[in-house]
Design a protein around this ligand. Sequence first.
Ligand code: PEP
Length: 261
Amino acid sequence: MPCINTPMSRKIVAGNWKMNLHKEEAHALISEITGMLNDEVNSEKKVILFPPFLYIGAAVQLCHGDHRISIGGQNCSDKSNGAYTGEISAGMLKSIGCKYVLIGHSERRSYFQETDLLLAEKTNVALKNLLHPVYCIGETLDQRNSGDHFDVIRKQITKGLFHLNSIEFEKCLIAYEPVWAIGTGLTATSAQAQEMHAYIRDLIRNKYGNEIAENSTILYGGSCNDQNAEELFQQPDVDGGLIGGASLKSRSFINIIKALP
Ligand code: PEP
């Protein structure tokens, strides 16, 4: 596969806007974020915005002056191109300036029946088009309560990513998002997040070795907000967050960025 640069720093805050905001609201949010980043955040912080597809072109343009912000797609097709009405390809995302793409968000897995096999294909096509996949994994509450959560995570990551060679894998980021915490206001405790992130890093270590494991970015997602981000981000294996609801307000999103060590 062709070569793309590996992300330099492990630490990232990403905003997943999902299917929210009209055009004017989206543009205003981007302007507020870029303005506040300039005014209030001196240090180098890496930020990724995942707006709806329709706003990506404008987001790329509006963020052009700030090298700290990258733009990504919330999804892509597993196909490269062709007669797939309504789909968006990884190549299209790349061509309008995306650097990242979310793969396997739990809402895609549950509402659109996306399987690990399909998600492995999406990962392949994203990498082929020089995008960094942000591969989302997470267990349901039932799976956690029955003690299956480590097994579920191991299977998701093994089926979706571990077919990659190490050069390909280094281009990928992982977002651990317990399904029971997404959009529910229930956050994993910092101990629960750290425990799972350390487990994921160990899986990576066993498969690809220590150096790749230590350089891998593992984001936490699930009701992360400006009240709990600091404690979560202080955990040694939590490298930042994938933020849903709290990324739709510039004030809370900037506060979460500031909480990144
Ligand atoms: C998400 O959708 O990735 C997410 C983490 O959402 P929320 O922060 O709203 O729980």
